[in-house]
Design a protein around this ligand. Structure first.
Ligand code: PLP
Length: 388
């Protein structure tokens, strides 16, 4: 079929593809441990679920303002004021069905044909996809394992050009779990200010950080609020992946444009979902802290276990819920390991190459799963490798 050029580069997301393969094996009776998909294993918090059900019963089943219910936009702005320690107004907040619209629509609003957009590689596959749809050129910047998977700043300096329109950051990162240090953010901010470049900062994992780390954001640096779009949401922090609720925070004029894009595409986000979002923000936050503490225990166990697999080397991620072990010393490709672990160990993982060319030599495993499953996964991987 003859498609418009703007969609010809689009491909399956690796995680969905692997999930389908793992489920096909399960249908034959095999027990598979799913570490390939990135979502919390626990259900949505009880108070949030109740608020959503009550909202349906109370009749929150109609259209809302496209950019989001005023009460939710206010709650999000207040939460941001508290977390970033700076001013944000509800007019800067745009609500969408998931965080993805807060990536896609600002990109459509800003990136013109021929513009270049710098993005992390390995990185979330949506970045290159959406830049292509906007008619821009996606320019990958390698992440350096030895810098805890922060940007290779020398490569960044080389790749920035007069055509660079936007820089995409993702800290804590999917797939590496790396957190960008303030020094790297300062370097990037200076370039963005000098060259008048936008920054799209995907902070969906910002509340999931370990060892007491407060994840720094580029938006707090001088002169950056006027050129930064923060993308965040409820999927990961509040275990709400299927509710579809996320948001962007950006300069007001851009928020208005993004609101118009929402008007003419999705119309609005489900209203009862938005009510549940208000409860998520206003309800007790210690349940988020408790989940993060549990992820930390799982992370520690998994990293120790994977470092015992011959030829594997796994850094301790500082945030998100992924480990990204380096398997280059095994002389086997990431795709080989992905197939082998699914077929021989019954463990679903993702090839690092699913996140860009620089992900080759790595695997992504999600540790938002029970301690029992993670411990069994390590045993199964070790056994399968011993049988090689
Ligand atoms: N950004 C990153 C880095 C992600 O990993 C994800 C989901 O996996 C998203 C954005 C999208 O989140 P949502 O499901 O809320 O659209």
């Amino acid at each position: 079929m003859d498609f418009a050029e703007r969609v010809t580069h689009l491909a399956q997301e690796g995680a969905y593809h692997m999930l389908a393969r793992a489920q096909a094996l399960e249908a034959t009776g095999r027990r598979i441990i799913h570490l390939e998909v990135g979502q919390p294993d626990a259900p949505t918090f009880e108070n949030v679920t109740r608020a959503g059900i009550k909202a349906i019963e109370d009749g929150f089943t109609r259209y809302t303002v496209p950019a989001g219910m005023p009460a939710l936009r206010k709650a999000i702005a207040e939460d941001a004021v508290q977390r970033y320690g700076m001013e944000f107004s509800p007019n800067q907040v745009v609500v969408g069905p998931g965080a993805k619209p807060a990536l896609f629509f600002p990109t459509l609003a800003l990136v013109r044909p021929g513009d270049e957009v710098i993005y992390p590689d390995p990185g979330f596959p949506t970045y290159a996809a959406m830049v292509g749809v906007a008619g821009g050129k996606a320019v990958p910047v390698p992440l350096l394992e030895e810098n805890d998977f922060s940007f290779d700043l020398e490569a960044f300096d080389r790749l920035v050009s007069d055509r660079t329109r936007m820089i995409i950051l993702n800290s804590p990162s999917n797939p590496t779990g790396g957190v960008m240090p303030v020094s790297a953010l300062e370097h990037i901010a200076a370039v963005a200010r000098d060259r008048d470049i936008w920054v799209l900062s995907d902070e969906i994992y910002t509340r999931i950080a370990y060892d007491g780390l407060q994840v720094p954001s580029i938006v707090t640096l001088p002169g950056m609020a006027e050129r930064t779009v923060i993308c965040d949401g409820f999927s990961k922090t509040y275990a709400m992946t299927g509710w579809r609720l996320g948001y962007g925070i950006m300069p007001e004029a851009l928020a208005e444009r993004v609101g118009l894009l929402l008007t003419h595409s999705i119309g609005c986000t489900a209203s009862f979902t938005q009510v549940a979002g208000i409860e998520a923000l206003h309800g007790p936050q210690d349940q988020v802290d408790a989940v993060v503490a549990e992820y930390q225990r799982r992370r520690n166990m998994l990293v120790a276990g994977l470092n015992r697999i011959p030829g594997w080397r796994c850094r301790m991620p500082q945030g998100a819920f992924y480990v990204f072990p380096n398997i280059t010393a095994t002389d086997k490709s990431s795709a080989w390991w992905e197939d082998f672990l699914l077929d021989q160990a019954g463990v679903g993982v993702l090839s690092g190459a699913a996140f860009g060319a620089n992900g080759e030599g790595y695997l992504r495993l999600c540790f938002a799963d029970s301690m029992e499953n993670l411990s069994e996964a390590v045993d199964r991987i070790a056994d399968a490798v011993a049988r090689l």
